[in-house]
Design a protein around this ligand. Structure first.
Ligand SMILES: *[C@@H]1O[C@H](CO)[C@@H](O)[C@H](O)[C@H]1NC(C)=O
Ligand SMILES: *[C@@H]1O[C@H](CO)[C@@H](O)[C@H](O)[C@H]1NC(C)=O
Ligand SMILES: *[C@@H]1O[C@H](CO)[C@@H](O)[C@H](O)[C@H]1NC(C)=O
Ligand SMILES: *[C@@H]1O[C@H](CO)[C@@H](O)[C@H](O)[C@H]1NC(C)=O
Ligand SMILES: *[C@@H]1O[C@H](CO)[C@@H](O)[C@H](O)[C@H]1NC(C)=O
Ligand SMILES: *[C@@H]1O[C@H](CO)[C@@H](O)[C@H](O)[C@H]1NC(C)=O
Ligand SMILES: *[C@@H]1O[C@H](CO)[C@@H](O)[C@H](O)[C@H]1NC(C)=O
Ligand SMILES: *[C@@H]1O[C@H](CO)[C@@H](O)[C@H](O)[C@H]1NC(C)=O
Length: 602
């Protein structure tokens, strides 16, 4: 129905527009220097080169004047210096300049006098070119002043209409709507209905849309007739102008604007998971881009506060700040959530951002995962860390004094006490010794001898102690390897499980059949200790040492000092033998067992 009606109306509109156009023709082109005294007037100005024409508008009534250049065509190669329309706020070109229009004016210029007279001067340069202008003015009498029109719109979305919509808009309407949305957004403006006097150049009644808050520049578009145009701003401000003349009023328009939010900023966050702590760092710039600062951040436990430098840093033990722990098939996962939001019950239009941080202690490494959830966008960031595990020999079953000498000289059949220690702030973890092998080579390359495999003792002398939080312990007697090999290394595969999980691999002990019970593997690493040598070989040590020192000087390695302590964290391979023989036996007493992190090659 509506479409049909519009189709029927179009020829009518065109005819009306034509009629108006004709009436303007009939008025004729006003002479250069003419004065106008009518309360309103619309006219065309056609000029060619070298024009310098002044027009005056004046009336005796104490009224101001609105002057609109709804169409202008200058010589396109002209500049404002050579070709322009200058508008003066008074009876002559000696009056103060209200503004000017020239080829680069990106607006539908509208001027308003402060008193009852206006003067405008049109200057053209020497280039032969047909310039055209369409001008209309009217005196603003109390009757022609439109009230309650235009205004300021600041919500995230909104609607507005022309005065009287859907009834006909008044004559001499001039309404300005300023739309402003939140910083960083843009504005999309849609006309559900627009019906203004039809004219190809929209010279009579028109709608002008500007990018920004000014009506002097940034014209995005002009509309009239029957259409449903849409416009988009480049920033968070837009201005809409409705201007109508004295004749041919229609429905006007109904418009709706919405804010277009920018895509969420890329999160700039990092997570570090050590055996002890979770450390979450967020850049202040990222927070600011979301419109927040550190006071808006909280962990699961809101009492845990961050430290702020150029970053906002939460660093806390794994078992604190509301961190949750989950023992999954192949990993133990620690999760905390950083929530970014306005505190209190302030209703906010801002997004609530959640950064889900997970330390997944998996296999031989720690996987760190950050998810950012925000309007259902989830972004993952991952990086790698791991649990710290070390292994040492102790001098007795009380496991109170670690053996600090290296190599560790032992008697044949001497009982050796080994302990694997996990350094973690999470108290609810078990350490389980899955497999231990001995080898004369630190890379466990050729010959190996099983002490423990899959939790089962493979050597008669092995005794394992029940798992104790953070410690895996066993003892064995110095074995026959030592008779043949100058040195022996010991390597253990360690599993770490959640002690609250009663069904974990750590609680199962010996799994005799070598079925691959992957799901029971919670966290796995390797620890290596060595070398062990027979005491009777000690007398050879001095000789070996001097040999080794020469070697070591040729290939200096930072790892060699680690053997003074006889405690290693994780397996490192080839450097070990070189390092081991380099030992200076007389410096064997260092204070306490030291742990040195070495990348695992497991
Ligand atoms: C014109 O209006 C102004 C205020 O708008 C007033 O001050 C002034 O006296 C008026 N002049 C005449 C001639 O009415
Ligand atoms: C004059 O205006 C036209 C249309 O806006 C434009 O294409 C042209 O580049 C302008 N000329 C100059 C010299 O700025
Ligand atoms: C403008 O002012 C100058 C002197 O200031 C005067 O000579 C001239 O006649 C004035 N022109 C008009 C149009 O009033
Ligand atoms: C407009 O904004 C209001 C909040 O001011 C919101 O509730 C509504 O969903 C928005 N409507 C649209 C269409 O965006
Ligand atoms: C953080 O933002 C709140 C308002 O949301 C403000 O009161 C506070 O001063 C800001 N703090 C800093 C350090 O900028
Ligand atoms: C983020 O990681 C989780 C777990 O690794 C995965 O399930 C999810 O699909 C990932 N999401 C994205 C967007 O990559
Ligand atoms: C080794 O020591 C154990 C006790 O620690 C003893 O029972 C065993 O007989 C010894 N074996 C040898 C070969 O000396
Ligand atoms: C973990 O083990 C895999 C093989 O299982 C290996 O490729 C990777 O380098 C190891 N990572 C670390 C940190 O040791």
């Amino acid at each position: 129905m509506k479409v049909l009606r519009q189709l029927l109306l179009l020829p009518l509109l065109a005819a009306l527009a034509f009629a108006e156009d004709n009436s303007i023709e009939l008025m004729g082109v006003p002479r250069c220097g003419a004065s106008f005294t009518e309360p309103n007037k619309a006219f065309k100005i056609d000029l060619n080169s070298n024009a310098n024409c002044v027009w005056h508008i004046q009336r005796s009534e104490n009224q101001t004047i609105r002057l609109i250049f709804s169409y202008f065509k200058f010589n396109p190669s002209s500049s404002c210096e050579t070709e322009s329309i200058k508008v003066y706020d008074g009876p002559s070109s000696n009056s103060s300049l209200l503004g000017q229009v020239c080829n680069n004016t990106n607006a539908v210029p509208v001027f308003q006098s402060s008193s009852n007279s206006l003067t405008f001067l049109v200057t053209t340069n020497s280039v032969a070119f047909a310039r055209n202008f369409f001008v209309f003015y009217y005196f603003l009498s109390p009757e022609t002043m439109i009230k309650n029109c235009g205004g300021s719109l600041t919500g995230p979305n909104g609607t507005f209409t022309s005065p009287n919509y859907p009834a006909a808009y008044p004559e001499f309407t001039y309404c300005v709507w300023h739309i402003q949305t939140t910083k960083d957004s843009k504005i999309s403006l849609e006309f559900q209905d627009l019906f203004l006097e039809l004219d190809q150049k929209c010279q009579f009644d028109f709608l002008a849309v500007y990018d920004g808050l000014s009506t002097n520049n940034g014209l995005i578009g002009k509309a009239c007739g029957v259409s449903r145009p849409t416009f988009e701003s480049s920033s968070n401000a837009m201005t809409v102008v409705l201007s109508t003349d004295y004749a041919n009023s229609y429905r006007g328009f109904s418009a709706r604007y919405t804010s277009i939010l920018p895509p969420p900023p890329q999160p700039d966050t990092s997570l570090t998971c050590s055996s002890d702590r979770m450390t979450i760092a967020l850049s202040k710039a990222y927070l600011n881009s979301l419109g927040y600062n550190e006071t808006h951040l909280q962990l699961n436990d809101p009492s845990c506060r961050p430290v702020t430098t150029d970053q906002v840093i939460f660093s806390f033990p794994l078992n604190s700040c509301g961190t949750t722990k989950k023992d999954e098939d192949e990993s133990i996962t620690y999760t905390n959530v950083v929530t970014i939001s306005e505190s209190g019950n302030i209703v906010t239009r801002k997004r609530i951002v959640q950064i889900i941080t997970k330390c997944i202690m998996e296999k031989n490494s720690t996987l760190e995962v950050i998810y950012v959830t925000e309007n259902n966008v989830i972004q993952n960031t991952t990086s790698v860390g791991r649990y710290d595990v070390s292994m040492s020999f102790y001098d007795s079953g009380s496991f109170s004094s670690p053996v600090l000498e290296s190599p560790y000289y032992v008697d044949l059949n001497q009982t050796l006490f080994a302990q694997v220690s996990l350094q973690s702030s999470d108290p609810n973890l078990l350490v389980f010794i899955d497999t231990c092998t001995a080898s004369p080579q630190s890379d466990f390359g050729s010959v190996t001898y099983d002490l423990i495999r899959s939790g089962c003792n493979k050597d008669d002398t092995v005794v394992t102690y029940p798992p104790l939080e953070h410690y895996g312990r066993f003892r064995f007697n110095a074995f026959r390897f030592l008779r043949r090999a100058p040195s022996v290394y010991l390597q253990c595969d360690i599993l770490i499980c959640d002690s609250e999980d009663t069904n974990s691999r750590c609680t199962k002990g010996c799994v005799s059949r070598q079925k691959r019970d992957i799901s029971s593997y919670t966290w796995k690493t390797k620890a290596v200790v060595g070398p062990i040598r027979l005491k009777r070989d000690r007398r050879n040590a001095a000789h070996l040492e001097s040999l080794a020192r020469t070697d070591a000087e040729e290939t200096p390695t930072p790892q060699r000092y680690s053997f003074y302590t006889l405690s290693l964290v994780v397996l490192i391979s080839n450097v070990i033998i070189v390092a081991a023989v380099v030992l200076k036996y007389h410096i064997k007493c260092l204070s306490g067992p030291g742990y040195q992190k070495i990348p695992s090659s497991y």
